[in-house]
Design a protein around this ligand. Structure first.
Ligand code: DAK
Length: 259
């Protein structure tokens, strides 16, 4: 995939996806979305994959938003359709069976902040900046930003960010809980892989169920507590859970098979 706009690199059981449009600060165009859709469709449910990192090419930007040049001529219907398609692809990331970590190496604006927020975990470099500047363009967020920003940092600060379009620095993003780690610039992917490495030692079915339970909290049609006791039954009936308990008793590391 040498001409692709998303570079895909495999490292052990992990994939690193690098959005490769540095001349446009890695702005998300439809081709980038197509390539994300292809990847997350192809590997959905493949438990040999233990995690994915998403980052941007270069030192300056993770993703500086949706590609402004691409959406300027859209009418209301075209805009809604494109927004829905973007949301659907970000849901694929949020619902992926294995953890997806955003390694935010610079600007994460508009669609870039939305992409990062659809990932399960966010790690930022010290120079990263986050913002939802859509109102500068007379727009609202189109890829779930108005909802996920409130979920992550609460209504008060999310309202201020959405209405003022102000950017926040990595240290404030950490304070607000928008990211969970700030690392030296250039170390974002390494930190993401370190986190994934730790998660990769756990039961893969349980990790998948945890991701589903976290998502259930925000799903207004699901009772997360009911889902929890149902999923608890599923995991305790799994071979992995028996292996986990046996390994504990035998004082060795478990060998999980995703069964
Ligand atoms: N789209 C396209 N090109 C972009 C871009 C973007 N979002 N951001 C930057 N670029 C391009 C610039 O045009 C410039 O290209 P050339 O002029 O060199 O050809 C190149 O990247 C370098 O940018 P700058 O020269 O501006 O670099 P600076 O360091 O001076 O400034 C900046 C960096 C990040 C502060 C600045 O580039 C900037 O303000 N960028 C725009 C940020 C922004 O407003 N992003 C969009 C947020 S709104 C929708 C769904 C979702 C959305 C919209 C519609 N539908 C379904 C219809 C979401 C919208 C958003 O994401």
């Amino acid at each position: 995939m040498s001409d692709s706009l998303v570079k895909i690199e495999q490292k052990d059981h992990f994939y690193i996806l690098t959005i490769n449009r540095p001349h446009a600060l890695n702005a998300l165009n439809q081709e980038v979305f197509n390539e994300f859709e292809e990847f997350f469709t192809k590997y959905s449910g493949d438990y040999s994959i233990k995690g994915v990192v998403i980052t941007g090419e270069g030192q300056k930007s993770f993703v500086a938003g949706a590609d402004i040049k691409e959406f300027s001529s859209l009418d209301a219907q075209g805009g809604s359709l494109l927004s829905k398609r973007g949301q659907d692809i970000l849901f694929m990331i949020e619902r992926f069976h294995a953890p997806v970590v955003a390694a935010v190496n610079g600007f994460a604006l508009g669609g870039g902040c939305e992409l990062a927020m659809a990932c399960h975990i966010r790690v930022a470099g010290t120079h990263a900046k986050f913002g939802q500047p859509e109102v500068n363009l007379g727009l609202v967020p189109g890829y779930g930003g108005s909802q996920r920003l409130i979920q992550l940092i609460g209504k008060g600060k999310a309202t201020e960010m959405l209405l003022t379009a102000d950017m926040i620095h990595a240290d404030e993003a950490l304070r607000l809980g928008l990211v969970t780690h700030v690392v030296e610039s250039g170390m974002e992917v390494d930190k993401a892989l370190e986190i994934l490495g730790k998660i990769a030692t756990k039961g893969p079915l349980a990790i998948h169920q945890c991701i589903q339970l976290i998502n259930a909290y925000f799903d207004k049609t699901t009772d997360g507590f009911v889902k929890e006791y149902t999923d608890f039954g599923l995991t305790i009936g799994s071979e992995d859970s028996k292996e986990g308990a046996t390994a504990f008793v035998e004082k060795r590391k478990p060998i999980f098979q995703a069964k």
